[in-house]
Design a protein around this ligand. Structure first.
Ligand code: ADP
Ligand code: MG
Length: 320
């Protein structure tokens, strides 16, 4: 069995592009570009809580990097550097090699240097930290939404939850591949996030479910929201043959999609349509923001029902 140092040297020390000094010394050394603020985020993944311990290691590596990159995307930033703190039950190279390849592949796909980390024995736990750059003053925070803004979401939220339910046997998808891909190899919306600088007033990534994450934006911004049922992007989910209620639940409350949810003034609607075209990524206007606090679902006749903000909360929702 390989020693800790052999594993690190073989799999975790990678070539770098934006970095003075990468893995191998006591610290990595990097120099942010002039005029840039640093964005820093950590997102930890624990076996048995965030993923099944027998998950394909390449996909797990990809996902561990992707969920962290998504946080940089959600601020409008440009990811640049990543570290990985890792607890492993054993130094099993047949697992570590593809895991490291998946992690490195996702970093490389988003032009991010894997510059260091820490490796220890313990229950399988992955703790990446990502560093990104953003021109000073341009970060898109969650507290900037205003009454009158329209609410948009990228891509196809709900797919990851359907993929998980399929694996758990709660639903049977005729063609599970797109939903399983959304679950296992999410694509952080880095290009979209950057393009929304100067367009979106507020933004976050949907990691714990659209409603729950939206509630964070509403609270931070001091506004309320009306979601329009007819505008929800359910059409593409209908091909799964799953009952409409469950599709709506997957879209509104399912976690793990890593799409971007953002508020933008109505005057940006044409710019957003053009952007969706350029990026070849659907952007759907799902509702609007109001001065009055609250969260509502509005039907085609204009009748409103209050929506509970059911996101995923580790201390409330049972472990998935
Ligand atoms: P130190 O004791 O000085 O902290 P370590 O033995 O923990 O050094 O790590 C040696 C080098 O290997 C460091 O440069 C560190 O960044 C790198 N390293 C260790 N674990 C990882 C990992 N999981 N991913 C990337 N680099 C790692
Ligand atoms: Mg160390």
């Amino acid at each position: 069995m390989a020693s800790e140092f052999e594993l690190i040297a073989r799999h975790f020390i990678r070539p770098v592009r934006h970095t003075q000094l990468g893995g191998g010394d006591d610290c990595a050394l990097f120099i942010p570009r002039p005029g840039m603020a640093l964005l820093v985020s950590t997102d930890m993944l624990v076996a048995g809580i965030h993923f099944f311990a027998d998950t394909d290691p390449w996909g797990l590596g990809w996902k561990a990097a992707a969920v962290n990159l998504s946080d940089i995307a959600a601020m409008g930033g440009c990811p640049r550097w990543m570290t990985l703190a890792l607890a492993l039950p054993q130094a099993e190279e047949a697992w570590v090699a593809p895991f490291a390849e998946g992690f490195a592949a996702c970093c490389a796909a988003f032009d991010t240097d894997w510059v260091g980390g820490d490796t220890t024995r313990g229950p399988l736990t992955l703790c990446p930290t990502v560093f990104g750059e953003i021109p000073t003053g341009q970060a898109i925070r969650r507290d900037g939404a205003r009454a009158g803004d329209l609410l948009w979401v990228s891509g196809q939220p709900g797919r990851a939850a359907l993929g998980l339910w399929h694996l758990q046997g709660h639903v049977t998808l005729p063609e599970p591949a797109p939903c399983l891909a959304a679950l296992h190899t999410p694509q952080p919306r880095v290009a979209l996030g950057r393009a929304l600088r100067g367009i979106a007033h507020a933004m976050l990534d949907v990691s714990d479910g659209l409603l729950g994450d939206l509630a964070h934006m509403l609270k931070a911004s001091g506004v309320g929201a009306v979601l329009e049922d007819a505008a929800l992007p359910l059409a593409a989910l209908r091909v799964t043959g799953v009952a409409e209620d469950r599709l709506r639940a997957a879209l509104l409350s399912g976690g793990d999609d890593y799409e971007l949810l953002f508020a933008a003034p109505p005057a940006q609607t044409a710019a957003l349509a053009a952007l969706a075209n350029t990026l070849d990524l659907p952007l759907t206007r799902i509702g609007r923001l109001e001065a009055q606090a609250g969260l509502w679902l509005e039907d085609a006749q204009g009748a409103r029902t209050p929506l509970a903000a059911q996101g995923f909360d580790h201390f409330v929702t049972p472990t998935r």
